[in-house]
Design a binder for this molecule. Sequence first.
Ligand code: HEC
Ligand code: HEC
Ligand code: HEC
Ligand code: HEC
Ligand code: HEC
Ligand code: HEC
Length: 401
Amino acid sequence: MKRLKISLVAIIVLLSTFLLSGITCAFHEGGEGYCEGCHTILGSPSNQDWSTDESSSAVPPTLILKGSDPSSTCLRCHAERSADHSVLSNDGSRFTPGGDFYWLQKTFSWSMEGLSYQSRADSHGHNIVALDYGLNPDGRLSQAPGGSYPSAALGCTSCHDPHAKTTGNGVDLGTTMAPSSYGEEPSTGTPPGTFRLLGGVGYAGGQLRSGVAFRSAAPIAKASSFGWAETDYNHTAYGSGMSEWCANCHGGFLNGSTGGVAGKHPAGKGAKIPAEISNNYNSYVGTGDVSGSQTSAYLALVPFEVDTASASLLDPSSSSGPGSGGDANVMCLTCHRAHASAFPSMGRWDFETSLMAESHPKAGDGGASGTDALHSYYGRNMIAEFGEKQRQLCNKCHLKD
Ligand code: HEC
Ligand code: HEC
Ligand code: HEC
Ligand code: HEC
Ligand code: HEC
Ligand code: HEC
């Protein structure tokens, strides 16, 4: 366990902010038992000896993380069975926008025409290190492709700021650890938090101090409005800046980056969706069916950013496709999940098959349980919904099927 050395003055300020304020609010907004949710405090905060008299010989409090490492600490709550905010289940049934870390433990194997194939557990997502949960660093990639963030340091706090100390536009809130407003309109007098507590400009990315400081702000987006399960009418509404934020660690994948990754797809603020492509998106229902219209075109498996800097303009229950004005843009999460998925390269769908019905995990695959295939597409029965002949979902925009 890691012991955290902190200054006595700092902790007095912090504890008095949170313990004496007496407000009850959501856990990460500084609700009751806030510090103790993640830290064991040795030396009671009510011990007047240390809190009032700096010259006293009383031992200052020491903060210890409750788990073996930062991610194990988060998972004490975020792997709670059937809790809404869980992002690690034992059957892939957490259909959150970010995705279920369950898939990091599942390798699928099959054979076709005498050849053997695998969809490796490691390739299914961001391999966060959470020793208490048996989650280890990626065995194939030693650092972030297109960047230098070390895989061995990857954890929840690589991306999420546990103290919500940086705002979206990079203002360091110092030691006051202001309650986060989760990126929505802040209540009067509180600084704005970021969407999903994501690290803003200057955030140093977690306990192991990766050496990679963020240069782009946290994205503008608004979380699903009812329940945490993603559907076409209850999903994250993406505003702007997601790709730029991912590029804090994957700079080479961004549009126009120098020394970028060969063959990457346009993504980011500059990757505008022209009228021709938005028309495709809006009319596309599935392979062979282009009878759709904009108002009902949204497909949560293929999201886009509407390009706004104001979260209050975003509607997580919108089922609308992109407008034809060329404002909307492609982003990393058009094709990838942020946490993990059932598929290689953390795809929102299986990139490695031509027919969606042939996606892996598939019934009969080595390593697949009875519900894996259904859970891999967030409970959607792909054949019933799109037909046996449905091809790659790139066609939602490119109509090449
Ligand atoms: C003591 C339990 C607990 C611990 C430990 C905990 N969380 Fe949470 N977290 C919650 C609860 C409960 C919610 C649901 C919303 C709320 O009540 O704040 C939540 C919500 C969240 C959200 C979504 C916030 C939103 O936009 O609604 C994120 C992101 C998050 N937690 C990340 C983390 C990370 C990262 C850690 C570890 C550094 C962590 N949590 C540790 C209980 C916890
Ligand atoms: C590589 C960056 C990254 C890592 C690592 C990461 N998250 Fe997230 N997380 C995100 C992003 C981005 C979102 C928003 C996803 C969206 O809305 O599409 C998110 C969303 C969430 C949410 C809201 C529910 C959801 O899944 O959309 C919770 C809760 C959360 N993260 C907790 C955690 C915990 C706990 C860990 C570690 C076990 C973790 N995250 C690791 C980037 C990350
Ligand atoms: C804090 C740094 C960090 C951020 C931010 C980050 N990543 Fe990563 N990413 C990594 C690292 C490290 C790896 C390699 C280790 C691994 O795959 O587990 C990686 C791997 C990946 C992979 C390859 C997965 C595989 O195993 O084949 C994809 C795809 C990816 N990231 C997409 C994203 C997207 C999309 C975002 C934004 C939502 C994002 N990343 C944000 C650090 C980051
Ligand atoms: C959601 C979990 C969570 C909560 C709540 C939380 N911490 Fe932390 N804290 C961490 C983690 C994880 C680390 C390890 C550093 C890292 O990974 O960024 C840490 C590190 C620290 C450090 C070491 C310096 C630093 O920033 O790295 C101090 C001091 C600290 N916490 C104080 C507090 C105090 C005081 C509170 C209550 C006001 C608090 N923490 C609430 C998760 C949390
Ligand atoms: C239009 C879909 C699409 C978009 C948008 C997209 N990707 Fe990918 N990405 C893919 C596909 C398909 C693969 C797997 C095939 C390959 O490696 O080219 C992939 C692979 C990756 C990998 C794994 C590379 C490796 O070496 O294993 C990373 C990392 C990655 N993408 C990050 C990103 C980031 C970051 C963004 C946003 C800046 C992004 N992608 C945008 C489709 C996309
Ligand atoms: C949300 C819509 C969308 C999706 C989904 C999408 N694309 Fe694209 N794609 C675009 C846009 C916008 C461009 C920019 C070029 C343009 O204006 O025509 C583009 C450009 C391309 C290009 C030309 C590359 C370049 O550098 O100009 C290729 C090749 C491509 N896409 C392949 C794919 C593949 C493969 C997938 C699926 C893995 C995919 N696209 C998914 C919207 C999309």
